[in-house]
Design a protein around this ligand. Structure first.
Ligand code: WTA
Length: 632
């Protein structure tokens, strides 16, 4: 771990100040004032947020903090779907549009809150028929269709713990996640659709569950784009058949605030992904509060977050947060450049999107194809723009603000993680925005940049990004691996270590530099170097592999692999493509290396650890730094 570091920021202190009318009508009108209120009474601040939601029974205590274990809203009882659905159906939002789904060819499906409520109840009753009860784990491996969202909410309705696996993961990645969670049910679809092509999902599930003893049933959504899907009746059941004859009402399971809501796997520094566990009460309050205040959602907003529901962004800001505030949510099974580079802007124009939340890698792709694409469409409905997933570099910020936001929409660059569950750092609506800097701690959060002993770095310096206080939506543990959970809190004394390097500006704004560990963020997806390395080593030709992230102007990072072959195998272009294909099949297309280099030797420490840092420095033509531990 490096020490804290000094950075020079060559006087580039440019701010963008959005129209002050934004501030006047915002839920959080005065950031400084709200933050002061929070500091004056931290638990009282969160209690006020929680009071805005409906509970079956209120808490005895807001927070019980037993370092590093937190309990929020102690002994409170709730069901998150009651707040996401019933609360709206029982009041003026009954006929409000909850969900608009768009397919690649412009197909549309619309659900009012009432309709969504009944669909969720019906599917929840279907799951009950399969014997799913509170605490059972259900794996959801689906395309971005309404049924995916319905399946998540249906699990939450009956207290089953969902584990959503992104549809771009391959057989091994899925198998590992199903087995670690010991999922009883897998919900999937015959195919996912991408750029006009169908990609089979069910066949991946079939392979992935060959040695998964926990799986009792596979529920299959048949999209029947190509042909009707054939089901293996002994194991598989049709999604809609499961819902036949069931009631459209389902009493929500009474959940304790600390009961698990879901597991979501994220990459770690070893080859096995970490099952991040989120609980019902705190997560609900955290995602509700941030959705309302960071995006400043009003009842007439049309909100579109382009993330897939398979990632935390989809969990918190497609599903739970937006429905908790009663928003109209757009879900698009679409890629930004199909059928052409105007695809997203057409959706903005057609649906009158007011709040748009996407990733820097997507923004940079749009920059590359040119302004003429967004300029063909009427984007005047847009009110607020958001970014998440990796640093929004100043050039991308400027382009987003000018070309998409027409020099008036606030851009909220939101820093957070699977582990934090909710947004933690941003520039609140109406505050001056500093390109390159995510912003400041949200009211409710205490983020800081520290050295490895936990001492705050001087303003203008860099170090490790940490959280000093617990927050409601924080992870509670790593599923079945509490030791891994503890490392978040015991690496830097007294703090939660996020794993990111950051710089604290003299103005208090925080700039995120990137990961401090062996996680590569490529096209906005987190991939562990160890995961790719073990996928490579599982190929018969590979003796050893080391993987690095190679900076890329579009994707943030590309995956580059250095490979030592086993005796008897010769380097060739053919073998390179075989290895890339092998990673694709095991981990999925998102984890594919874009470059492979064959080596005779890898740089290692004397204790045998691969020094990826040295490989990266060599690749980038920079000084590798301290190499005193490198073996001869
Ligand atoms: C990175 C995604 C810079 C960061 C919500 C973090 C960011 C990791 C930002 C978590 C941002 C996320 N600026 N970097 N606004 N947002 N990151 O778990 O490195 O998929 O640790 O959660 O993404 O990725 P995850």
């Amino acid at each position: 771990m490096p020490e804290s570091f000094e950075v020079s920021m060559a006087g580039d202190e440019k701010y963008y100040v959005p129209d002050q009318s934004y501030k006047e009508q915002a839920w959080t009108k005065d950031y400084a004032q709200s933050y002061k209120e929070f500091l004056a009474d931290k638990t009282g601040f969160w209690e006020n947020q929680a009071q805005q939601l409906e509970w079956f029974k209120k808490w005895d205590k807001v927070l019980e903090w037993n370092y590093p274990y937190a309990k929020w809203f102690v002994n409170a009882k709730l069901n998150i779907t009651h707040n996401c659905l019933d609360r709206h159906v029982n009041n003026h939002r009954r006929n409000k549009v909850a969900l608009v789904w768009r397919g690649e060819e412009g197909e549309e499906r619309i659900f009012t809150y009432k309709k969504l409520f009944h669909e969720v109840c019906r599917f929840a009753n279907g799951l009950k028929k399969l014997g799913v009860t509170k605490g059972d784990r259900v794996c959801i491996y689906m395309p971005l269709v309404p049924e995916q969202v319905i399946a998540m909410l249906a699990c939450a309705r009956i207290g089953a713990v969902h584990s959503v696996v992104f549809g771009g993961f391959g057989v091994n990645a899925l198998n590992m996640r199903i087995n670690d969670a010991e999922a009883k049910i897998v919900i999937t679809a015959d195919v996912t659709i991408r750029r006009g092509k169908t990609i089979p999902l069910k066949t991946i599930v079939e392979e992935a569950i060959i040695n998964s003893p926990s799986v009792e049933k596979v529920v299959v959504l048949s999209r029947e784009v190509d042909q009707p899907v054939e089901l293996h009746k002994e194991l598989e059941i049709d999604y809609y058949e499961l819902m036949e004859g069931v009631s459209a009402e389902c009493t929500p399971e009474v959940m304790d605030a600390e009961d698990p809501l879901f597991i979501l796997y994220t990459s770690g520094s070893t080859g096995t992904p970490k099952g991040i566990v989120h609980t019902c009460g705190g997560y609900m309050v955290g995602t509700y509060y941030t959705t309302l205040n960071v995006f400043d959602v009003k009842d007439n907003d049309v909100y579109w977050c382009t993330a897939d529901t398979g990632w935390i962004t989809g969990h918190s800001y497609v599903v739970y947060g937006p429905f908790a505030v009663g928003a109209t949510v757009v879900l698009a099974e679409a890629v930004p450049d199909y059928p052409d580079a105007g695809a997203f802007w057409k959706i903005v124009e057609d649906l009158g999107i007011t709040i748009f939340y996407t990733a820097p890698t997507t923004i940079r792709m749009f920059m590359r194809v040119g302004e003429e694409w967004p300029n063909k469409y009427d984007l005047s409905s847009l009110r607020i723009l958001g970014s998440v997933g990796e640093p929004l570099n100043p050039e991308a910020f400027e382009w987003y603000y000018r070309v998409i936001g027409k020099n008036h929409c606030p851009v909220v660059d939101t820093w957070w993680q699977t582990e934090t569950g909710m947004q933690m750092i941003t520039t609140m609506i109406g505050e001056p925005m500093r390109p390159g800097f995510a912003g400041k701690s949200l009211p409710g959060v205490v983020a800081d940049v520290v050295d490895k002993r936990g001492a705050p770095v001087a303003p203008g310096n860099g170090g490790f990004l940490v959280m000093r206080d617990p927050w409601p939506a924080m992870l509670r543990t790593v599923y079945k691996n509490d030791e891994r959970y503890k490392t978040y809190w015991n690496t830097i004394p007294g703090c939660y270590m996020a794993g990111d390097l950051a710089v604290k500006g003299k103005d208090g704004n925080i700039m995120i530099i990137g990961r401090a560990d062996d996680i590569i963020i490529t096209a906005g997806h987190n991939i562990g170097t160890a995961e790719v390395e073990s996928a490579l080593v599982s190929h018969q030709a590979v003796a050893e592999a080391a993987v690095i992230g190679k900076p890329d102007p579009l994707k943030g990072n590309l995956i580059k692999a250095f490979v030592i072959l086993r005796v008897g195998f010769q380097p060739s272009e053919k073998l390179k493509s075989d290895l890339i294909y092998h990673v694709r099949m095991t981990l999925g297309p998102i984890a594919m290396p874009s470059e492979i280099e064959f080596m005779d030797k890898l740089p290692k420490t004397r204790s045998g650890k691969i020094m990826r840092r040295v490989l990266k420095a060599k690749e980038m033509g920079i000084d590798p730094g301290d190499v005193s531990t490198l073996e001869e």
